[in-house]
Design a protein around this ligand. Structure first.
Ligand SMILES: [Zn+2]
Length: 391
């Protein structure tokens, strides 16, 4: 008895009250009321969440849903609780599954983002702008002359919106590699959208090129957000939580760093560390596929190496789609030579022949223009720039 009580205590200390035992989110996206005029859009199966703030001066959206079908669901759910138009979209993190839905609302909605995000968008390549304009068929005419950087309001470290009696604070915690992640704090209701450091029941997506920040930067953000003592935390991915989930992710990141540090002190080479590293004590969390990149990122941080600079070389393959996963996000194609290529569709992928990745089917013939990173591990597959599909 005493032993098991002690074990239970230890488990609580390790995982926090947020707990690793919690399940991932349900099979359908839902809108959950958190406070007066404040709603969480909870993505299906740990897909990206969003937050909806209804004011008498319009709706503020924080993020825009995982992919076009989910963004349309988000739009319908917003319309089910208010007739106010979406006036502002806050970018909590500049990743496709959070910002990809912006062209459904903007313009006329304005985008509020950190300066670093704007600089990224300004530097987009033509295929990215092309993909952005036609991401939503119903918007392609309205967006012919519009680029993603055309509707953006930026700020540096802190911005407060006072809209229709609601106070909405945007918080950026600076560090060299923070790519522009912004938390959204509602002091009146104690609700926090925790941006990139809000991971509940999903292993964080941290990358060696620091495009998603670093574990040390995340720890700094977590410290600032924990100090707010939020009553409700809307994570980037996963079910709703509270301040204990932020503490739990702090413990998670410290444990991950300690594991890599221990292996480094034993003299293990990076390849071996990547192979051995796991966080499988967090049972039930999804995205084990993030472990190798997480290990390499921490390794670089502890070695003081800075971000991995990756040159990508473009390649083309004419092939048949042989495998699909996650509604077309990951696909394997087989070329006529029999060679298999694993590809990853991003929000920036420009499609011809299908509206979006959900239209892909096994057996379709396709030509893919994709990027092969030189000297780096493309663990999740090669990023596709253009996918031309024959119906
Ligand atoms: Zn995400």
């Amino acid at each position: 008895m005493r032993r098991s009580a002690l074990l239970a205590l230890l488990l609580c200390a390790t995982f926090g009250l947020g707990g690793s035992a919690r399940a991932i989110t349900g099979a359908k996206a839902e809108l959950v009321k958190l406070a007066d005029g404040v709603y969480a859009f909870i993505g299906k199966r740990n897909d990206a969440n969003a937050m909806v703030i209804v004011t008498t001066q319009g709706v503020v959206l924080v993020d825009t849903g995982n992919n076009p079908p989910e963004t349309r669901i988000l739009q319908k759910l917003v319309q089910s609780v208010t007739s106010q138009p979406v006036r502002y979209i806050v970018v909590s993190q500049n990743h496709g599954d959070h910002v990809g839905g912006i062209p459904l609302f903007s313009p006329p909605a304005n985008v509020i983002a950190h300066e670093r995000v704007f600089k990224e968008w300004e530097a987009w390549k033509p295929f990215q702008v092309k993909a952005w304009r036609k991401r939503f068929a119903e918007r392609s005419v309205a967006l012919t002359q519009v680029s993603p950087a055309d509707t953006v309001l930026t700020f540096h470290d802190h911005m407060t919106l006072h809209l229709g009696g609601k106070t909405i604070e945007l918080i950026y915690v600076d560090d060299r590699y923070n790519p522009g992640d912004v938390a959204v704090w509602l002091p009146d209701s104690g609700v926090l959208h925790a941006a990139f450091v809000g991971y509940i029941t999903r292993h964080p997506d941290i990358r060696p090129d620091h495009s998603h920040g670093t574990t040390s930067g995340m720890l700094k953000q977590l410290e600032a957000l924990i100090a707010l003592k939020p009553k409700i935390v809307v994570p980037a991915h996963g079910p709703l939580g509270d301040v204990t989930d932020l503490q739990a992710l702090t413990d998670y990141l410290l444990a991950a760093r300690q594991k890599v540090r221990t292996m480094m002190s034993r003299g293990l080479p990076l390849a071996e560390i990547e192979q051995q590293f796991n966080m499988s004590e967090y049972q039930g969390w999804d995205r084990d596929s993030h472990f190798p990149w997480m290990a390499e990122t921490v390794y670089r941080e502890l070695n003081g190496e800075g971000p991995q600079i990756v040159q990508a070389v473009e390649q083309t393959v004419k092939a048949t789609i042989s495998k699909l996963a996650e509604e077309g996000r990951f696909l394997t194609v087989t070329a006529e030579t029999g060679a298999e290529v694993r590809l990853r569709i991003s929000t920036d992928t420009d499609f011809e022949g299908v509206a979006d990745r959900t239209g892909l089917r096994v057996g379709m013939k396709a030509t893919a223009l994709y990027q092969v990173p030189q000297g780096a591990n493309a663990a999740l597959g090669y990023d596709v720039e253009e996918l031309d599909v024959e119906p």
